[in-house]
Design a protein around this ligand. Structure first.
Ligand code: NAD
Length: 253
């Protein structure tokens, strides 16, 4: 009998449009067992339906802003091993009653919240689940070109993604000796709940299809396929990399 591979822990499914959902689908297509978490109680029902559809197992709630929730997820895993992990978590308060908030006007609580949830959560997840990660495990996070260039409306999220990318490089160097690989995909615009909350998203999404070298928008499936590959042993010599999956948009000035 062939042993099934250790599961991959997938965070960040809110609904069937989530990039994390496409990653879970791509992993399942490769026969990889997938454990999924949800953030808020009101998401549980929807995430459970997505998980059932894809043949994923529900692990439990996981809110990275709540240390007790992280510990509970860790306990729910018990002594099972993981062959990988997807970090697909982001939040930043980008608008207020007056409209988009420029980076220079962000207040301290909003700044701390964005960095905590969208950037610190990657090292936090790695630290929490490190004892469970098999040597050779692939961990993938999702970032955006707005970390490196000014993307109008992306504002505070661009700052948080820059921190996420820096944290990724340090974690990749720190955990490489244990055989843990940490990479990211820099995804082009895909219509999801989080993306739709970014001021100007609809205009940028429409423009991307016209100006990207491949002359189309990126799909969630495009991101899912590359993430599943990066998590797998086929990418066993890649760590600390940020791979653009954006139909070539990153090439443009
Ligand atoms: P989404 O809204 O489907 O997913 C965002 C997820 O973050 C949700 O599941 C939400 O519950 C989770 N989350 C927020 N706060 C959390 C917390 N405190 N604890 C745990 N989970 C929390 O949107 P998405 O576009 O699929 O976003 C997934 C990732 O992809 C994010 O990191 C996002 O920045 C990144 N990304 C998205 C795009 C895009 O255009 N959609 C482009 C580049 C990168």
């Amino acid at each position: 009998m062939v042993n099934s591979p250790a599961p991959v822990l997938v965070t960040g499914i809110a609904n069937e449009r989530s990039l994390a959902c496409a990653v879970a689908r791509a992993l399942r297509a490769q026969g990889v067992p997938v454990l999924v978490t949800w953030q808020q109680p009101r998401q549980q029902h929807r995430v459970a339906a997505v998980a059932a559809d894809l043949g994923c197992e529900l692990l439990g709630p996981l809110d990275v802003s709540d240390p007790q929730s992280l510990m509970a997820a860790r306990e729910a895993l018990g002594d099972r091993r993981l062959s990988g992990m997807l970090h697909a978590i982001a939040f930043a308060q980008l608008s207020d009653a007056t409209g988009p908030v420029p980076v220079h006007a962000v207040d301290a609580p909003s700044w701390a919240q964005a960095l905590e949830i969208s950037a610190r959560s990657l090292p936090q997840l790695l630290h929490t689940f490190l004892p469970q990660l098999n040597p050779g495990a692939g961990v993938v996070a999702l970032t955006h070109h707005g970390a490196r260039r000014v993307a109008p409306g992306y504002n505070l999220m661009g700052v948080a993604k820059a921190a996420l990318e820096a944290a990724l490089r340090y974690c990749a160097a720190e955990l490489g000796p244990q055989g843990i690989r940490v990479n990211a995909i820099s995804a082009g615009s895909v219509r999801t709940a989080a993306a739709s909350a970014v001021p100007g998203f609809a205009e940028r999404h429409a423009a991307a299809a016209k100006r990207a070298p491949l002359r189309r928008n990126v799909s969630a499936e495009d991101v899912g396929q590359v993430a599943a590959w990066l998590i797998s042993s086929q990418a066993s010599a890649i760590t600390g990399a940020i791979i653009p999956v954006d139909c070539g948009e990153h090439l443009l000035a």
